[in-house]
Structures are given as structure tokens and as C-alpha cells.
Design a protein around this ligand. Structure first.
Ligand code: AMP
Ligand code: MG
Length: 402
């Protein structure tokens, strides 16, 4: 059976990122850059004042005090008309271009104005006091953003600063969720004896959207080949098809064989982990490029939840070209003693919090893979080893945020 690391490696090898295309910057939040972005401009584009005050020659104010003649006022957006000569100052506002001749700005709080003269009483200034030089933050031609980063608000703001109104990114995957099981009824129905509501459909659709995909919930397929095959055929029209249930060893666990009949090639089945061991992953390819990535997640809700966070999220990131695509472990201080007797690596729902000493984590009370309610106070999970171990409060444990 594959380990989690091996399964993630197989996803990395088999999932091919989408083509890169142009996209308007304004709606690119959460998309991943497909190419490095180099600046075609200097930023700031001119030597600029960082303060409201007086632009002067540093040699005039070496001791920190001087009385200078004010020759001009320049506010942000204006262009200075005069060179600042010896004995002169230009009154300047934050964001305005530094006039020729001047090399520093004395802030207004350190000055006193009388008519067309200003008296300065400041600490002896150093080079570039209250000034930012052209190109200090970005030089023309330099790399500003790297391919593989997911655009956030400040990345988008930076692209706007550079005038990049279109960005080269990969699109979001379109994904379908298909829940399988004769026992399932829609959320709106009242279950009869032996029935349960389809909670995975809603959960997985929400997880897909949270991970950046465009998700559709296809509802429930029954545990017979005809219904399953028809609904799988519908789901294979998407970039990603997420099935839940029907992948373990039960008599009516028909998902792997029905997928095979639909031309979906198995890449792996079963991973050494708890919950989620029965997970199935495969691809359908019409030519050489995969057209649909297919997951059969275990029906037990927490198995589905955990497998999604480890494997489906990674697949979405890979399709969108995000680097890194694998789940990123966080090391957190365990808040309490805990002893495990697990025989498989276990992903235990947990609550991560930032405390004064750093990241800390508490395992939430949980009754195993069918106990979804037990996870509602969790915002992540702790990876516990697959052998008996006694943990102590204060131990650093490998955790993942959801
Ligand atoms: P299966 O993987 O089909 O053997 O299902 C394992 C367990 O998960 C069974 O107890 C199912 O009733 C339950 N289950 C399967 N699908 C869902 C679903 N969509 N929502 C909630 N529970 C489910
Ligand atoms: Mg089932």
C-alpha cells in the first residue's frame, strides 16, 4: 500500500497543469501566475518626498539649522519648476517629485515659516533623509513576481503599480461531486430507517470552492451499475470528478470497476492512513493529456474530509500551477499529553491557535471516521505516527491547517 508521501508524489507526476492564458488583473484573486513578471517601469518612477516639509540641499543644513528662502510649493501630482540652489528651499508635500538641486526633505514639524523664509531646527540630516529614490523598490527589468505564486491582494496591488492590467495565469478547475450509496437521501428529505442524509455532497462542494475550484454538486448515484455509470459519464465532462463512497471492499462498492469501464485508468487505490485508507485516484485521457482527474473518496465523512485536504487540494493546486502544491506541515506545540496506539499514520482533527509562545494545537474529542460533528471545532489536523507513542504537553507535533 502507498504511503501518503508516495501518493502525493504520484499526483505530482500524473496531474498536468492547465495551459497558461491571459486574464484581467481585477478578477485574478486566488489564481496562480503562470509566468514570472518582470517590471517594465521603475518604482517609484521619480525621486519622491516621503514627508510634508521642505526640500533642501543637504550642504545647507549640515548642522541641522539654517534659514532658507522658499522658492516654490510642490504638491503630489505636480512637477517642480525650479532648481533648488544654495540658500533655497521648496515647500513639498508627501508623494511630490523632489526638485532638481535638492537632495533631502526636512519635515514640517522641524521647521518654522515666516513669510517667504523657513527656519530649520532639525537633527543633522543624513543622505536621502525623507526621500525615496527612483527605482528603489523596483528596477526596470527586475523580476517582481515568480511563476507559481497564488495572487493575493498585495500581489495584485503590485501588478497594478506596474501597469499589468492583464496577467498570465492558469484557470480554475471545473469540478463535479457525486455521492454514491443506496442509503443516502437529499439534505431536504427525512431519512427512513436505514437511511442517512447526503452530508458529503455539501461538504465536498464547499471544500472544492474553498480550494479555488468551480464546483457543481451532481447529487446521489445509487449502488447499481446503470445509475452509477450514467452519473459518472456526466461527471467525466469536468476537469475533476470527486466521488464519495463505494470504494472499499463491500459487495456494492462498485465505483472502481465502473470507473474502469468508463475508461478511467487507476493510478492508485488505498493509502496507508487513517481515516481515508480506501481512497482511489485515476485519470481519463482521451489523447495523451488527462481530461479528467477522478477521486473516489471513502464514504465515511471524515475520511472524505481528510483525503480532500491532502490529495484533492494538492491536485487543484497542481492543475492551477501553484508551487508548492503539496500540503505544507506546520509544527505546533501540543497543549496536552496524548497517547496513540494507532497501527497506521493518523490524521486527527485538531484546533490550531496562535499563543504567545507560537503555534499551539489541541486534539479535539473525536470518535473516528464517521464522526463529522466531532470535527466542527477543528481547523486542522495533527499527523500522528502509525505506531504506539506517548506524547507530552509541550511536544512539537506535525500539523496541517485546513
Ligand atoms: P462506503 O464508503 O460507501 O462504504 O460508506 C462508508 C460509510 O460512509 C457508510 O456508513 C455510509 O453510509 C457513509 N456515507 C457514504 N456516503 C455518504 C455521504 N454522501 N454522506 C454521509 N455519509 C456517507
Ligand atoms: Mg456505499
Amino acid at each position: 500500500m502507498l504511503t501518503v508521501t508516495q501518493a502525493l508524489e504520484q499526483i505530482r507526476e500524473s496531474v498536468i497543469p492547465f495551459e497558461v492564458s491571459e486574464h484581467p488583473l481585477e478578477s485574478a484573486l486566488g489564481l496562480t501566475l503562470g509566468e514570472d513578471v518582470h517590471s517594465t517601469v521603475d518604482s517609484p518612477p521619480f525621486d519622491k518626498s516621503l514627508m510634508d516639509g521642505y526640500a533642501v540641499r543637504i550642504s545647507d543644513v549640515e548642522s541641522g539649522s539654517a534659514t532658507l528662502r522658499v522658492i516654490e510649493l510642490v504638491t503630489a501630482g505636480q512637477v517642480p519648476q525650479h532648481t533648488v540652489n544654495w540658500g533655497e528651499a521648496t515647500q513639498i508635500m508627501t508623494g511630490a517629485p523632489l526638485p532638481a538641486g535638492a537632495d533631502i526633505v526636512i519635515k514640517v514639524e522641524e521647521t518654522q515659516r515666516q513669510g517667504d523664509h523657513v527656519t530649520i531646527a532639525a537633527n543633522p540630516p543624513t543622505a536621502n533623509t525623507n526621500v525615496i529614490r527612483r527605482g528603489t523598490s523596483i528596477r526596470t527589468g527586475s523580476r517582481v513576481l515568480t511563476a507559481g505564486i497564488t495572487l493575493n491582494a498585495h500581489g495584485m496591488g503590485t501588478l497594478a503599480e506596474l501597469g499589468q492590467s492583464m496577467v498570465r495565469v492558469r484557470r480554475r478547475p471545473r469540478a463535479a461531486v457525486l455521492s454514491t450509496g443506496d442509503e443516502l437521501v437529499p439534505v431536504t428529505a427525512t431519512p427512513e430507517r436505514g437511511q442517512i442524509r447526503n452530508s458529503n455532497g455539501v461538504m465536498l462542494t464547499a471544500q472544492l470552492e474553498a480550494a479555488g475550484a468551480i464546483a457543481v454538486n451532481l447529487g446521489i448515484a445509487r449502488d447499481n451499475r446503470e445509475d452509477l455509470a450514467a452519473k459518472i459519464a456526466e461527471g467525466l465532462k469536468y476537469d475533476l470528478l470527486i466521488l464519495s463512497g463505494g470504494v472499499s471492499a463491500g459487495l456494492l462498492d462498485l465505483v472502481p470497476s465502473t470507473l474502469a469501464e468508463a475508461g478511467v485508468r487507476q493510478i492508485f487505490h488505498k493509502v496507508e492512513m487513517k481515516p481515508g485508507k480506501p481512497i482511489w485516484f485515476g485519470q481519463r485521457a482521451l489523447s495523451t493529456t488527462p481530461t479528467c482527474n477522478v477521486f473516489g473518496l471513502p464514504g465515511n465523512p471524515v475520511g472524505s474530509l481528510v483525503c480532500f485536504e491532502l490529495f484533492v487540494r494538492t491536485t487543484i493546486k497542481r492543475l492551477m500551477g501553484a508551487e508548492p502544491s503539496n500540503p505544507q506541515p506546520l509544527f505546533a506545540r501540543l497543549e496536552h499529553d496524548y497517547s496513540t496506539r494507532a497501527d497506521r499514520p493518523t490524521y486527527h482533527p485538531a484546533r490550531l491557535t496562535w499563543a504567545a509562545e507560537g503555534l499551539s494545537v489541541t486534539l479535539v474529542p473525536w470518535h473516528g471516521s464517521s464522526d463529522l460533528c466531532g470535527t466542527v471545532s477543528a481547523n486542522g489536523m495533527v499527523a500522528l505516527p502509525g505506531e504506539p507513542r506517548q506524547f507530552r504537553a509541550g511536544d512539537q507535533v506535525e500539523s496541517f491547517a485546513w
